[in-house]
Design a protein around this ligand. Structure first.
Ligand SMILES: Cc1cc2nc3c(=O)[nH]c(=O)nc-3n(C[C@H](O)[C@H](O)[C@H](O)COP(=O)(O)O)c2cc1C
Length: 226
């Protein structure tokens, strides 16, 4: 793999999963490797491994009368990592059609008043973010389309654009479960048979291909002019 040049762009890859052997962690590492191959310098932020505490606290609670508030050292260190990044890629399992608590807490505490929003010249302007969400629902489950648009509304419109990002996209990766899941008309969760062997390999390969395509599409998209 080629070394990124000193003027290489930086990608902050944020992983929100409690297991290092999860499909989410695997997808994050593959995504980081692809970004590195595309010439990015990588900052890998594994929120669980770094022991990030998602709970809001007094030091990091915004003070609406003071956008210059000095937040906790931990939060300032995370703000620095965002400022140093040109692109942010958040990789997470979809929980309740949203992000897991640890990722939500990172946003709550770090994307704070005076830093991410509340300034006429947003500090995050020019940056781009891809939300790569792994979902247990199958691609043909009727719930999947609505889940995607809900995530776009929440993460892109409600958070990223509010915080001044120039571009935000949600890449949804359904079929993340070994055993396909869907909910029937009566609300029962139907869990299919686990796949194994060559079929399992093919399922992983297809998943990997979809993740790569979402990243390539994101990298090729033109940023919205500031
Ligand atoms: C608390 C919880 C909530 C979940 N909510 C959803 C959901 O709203 N939609 C969905 O498609 N899958 C949902 N799932 C399934 C996960 O998205 C799925 O297990 C995960 O993406 C698989 O990746 P992993 O093996 O890396 O954990 C949920 C799982 C958990 C544990």
């Amino acid at each position: 793999m080629t070394q990124p040049s000193s003027d290489a762009r930086t990608a902050l890859v944020v992983v929100a999963h409690h297991r290092a052997d999860s499909l989410t962690a695997h997808t994050a590492l593959r995504t980081a490797a692809r970004l590195e191959a595309a010439g990015f310098r990588i900052d890998l932020l594994d929120l669980h491994a770094e022991g990030f505490d998602p709970r809001m606290n007094v030091a990091d609670q915004p003070d609406w009368g003071n956008r210059e508030k000095a937040y906790s050292d931990e939060t300032h260190a995370h703000m620095r990592r965002i400022l140093d990044a040109d692109v942010v890629i958040a990789v997470f399992p979809v929980y309740w059609q949203s992000v897991p608590a640890i990722l939500k807490g990172w946003i709550d505490r770090v994307w704070n008043y005076g830093f991410a929003y509340g300034r006429s010249k947003p500090r995050l302007a020019g940056k781009r973010i891809l939300w790569l969400g792994l979902a247990g629902a199958t691609a043909d489950d009727p719930v999947t389309e609505g889940m995607h648009s809900l995530l776009e509304t929440n993460l892109s419109e409600g958070i990223a654009y509010y915080c001044g990002f120039s571009h935000s996209a949600v890449g949804l990766l359904p079929d993340a479960e070994e055993r396909p899941q869907r909910v029937d008309a009566e609300g029962n969760l139907l869990v299919g048979d686990a796949v194994a062997g060559a079929e399992r390999e093919a399922q992983y390969a297809d998943f990997d291909r979809r993740a790569r395509e979402l990243l390539e599409k994101f990298l090729a998209e033109e940023p919205v002019p500031a």
